[in-house]
Design a protein around this ligand. Sequence first.
Ligand SMILES: Cc1cc2nc3c(=O)[nH]c(=O)nc-3n(C[C@H](O)[C@H](O)[C@H](O)COP(=O)(O)O)c2cc1C
Length: 185
Amino acid sequence: MAQTVAVIVGSLRKESFTLKIANALAKLAPPSLKLEIVTLHGLSFFNQDLEANPPADWVSFREKIQASDAVLFVTPEYNRSIPGVLKNAIDVGSRPSGQSSFKTKPIGIVANSPGPLGGVCAAMNLKQILPGYCGPILQQPEIYLNGVGDAFDDKGNLTKEALQKVLKQYIDAYAAHVERHRAVG
Ligand SMILES: Cc1cc2nc3c(=O)[nH]c(=O)nc-3n(C[C@H](O)[C@H](O)[C@H](O)COP(=O)(O)O)c2cc1C
């Protein structure tokens, strides 16, 4: 049976390149993976005062992550880091302490930018903050997609061949990573 992957999209923008990349990955994924796009609209701010009685949107986000076999972060770069909405989602998902929803989930990181550096700092930031409460992070290949601004047609389909090729290579490597760390039972 296909392993389900929660694809967490780090941008709320309607015409987000990040969302389009997530959709492209879902199409390129091999049959062993089923990618489910998770957007962060409506996820309220983490507030430790609410931990004892968490809001419904936190519970539903955590349940989505827990129900998946693996997690793939697809993110743009904001000010040489990840967008606040994504950090908030990680904070929400990582709690309660010791019960992270990301625990044991094999992780992938796909960064992008319309600029020349491909969101490398955002990816590096994720690699810095995730290890304490998630499963194994795919280290190689790394993927930093630059120049994504002209990669899609007006329907949001990925048309840039070079990008298609690296995304396919990445999602196949990620599928192997998920398989290697498949939960037993
Ligand atoms: C607050 C803010 C900060 C940004 N900082 C960076 C940055 O550090 N590096 C970069 O390559 N692009 C940066 N950008 C440009 C984004 O890469 C660009 O807006 C991109 O389209 C956002 O991703 P999206 O299309 O998925 O919404 C920034 C954009 C915003 C709004």
